[in-house]
Design a protein around this ligand. Sequence first.
Ligand SMILES: C[S@@+](CC[C@H](N)C(=O)[O-])C[C@H]1O[C@@H](n2cnc3c(N)ncnc32)[C@H](O)[C@@H]1O
Length: 137
Amino acid sequence: MVAAAVAPSEYVEEAADLLPRLPRASGSQPATLLELGSGGGSLAFHLKRHFRLTLTDRSPGMLAVSQVINPECEHLPGDMRSLRLDRQFDIVLVHDAIMYATEPLAVQETLRTAAIHCREGGTVAVLPRLRSRNVCG
Ligand SMILES: C[S@@+](CC[C@H](N)C(=O)[O-])C[C@H]1O[C@@H](n2cnc3c(N)ncnc32)[C@H](O)[C@@H]1O
């Protein structure tokens, strides 16, 4: 699959559905959220007011697109199957990028990456896109 960026407006409904399900920090600082396979950052665009985001993707081109619309967020290159940041987050999100994990081993490795980066008591959210829509080119 070749990824193509989709406008943030395409993710309004999904963000509205997701936001109330994600835990918020109890202190004054926003919760930290790592997204694996964050693509053009269109979902992140709707989350960044609520969380401190670290956005990762294996595609430098997609990260560059995201940096334009989310300049205030941290962007890091990395494959979701093998990324190791040596940091933990309150929330680890794998959105529609999980649809690229078409082999059981890739799913297993991605979930391991998510678990390793999630703090104890934190949240891992995996959101496969089950409706058919051409978001990934
Ligand atoms: C549909 S796009 C994500 C769109 C994103 N949800 C958004 O809000 O803009 C899927 C992304 O997954 C990334 N991806 C696919 N396999 C990956 C992997 N193994 N590791 C990291 N990123 C991956 C692709 O590069 C692509 O940018």
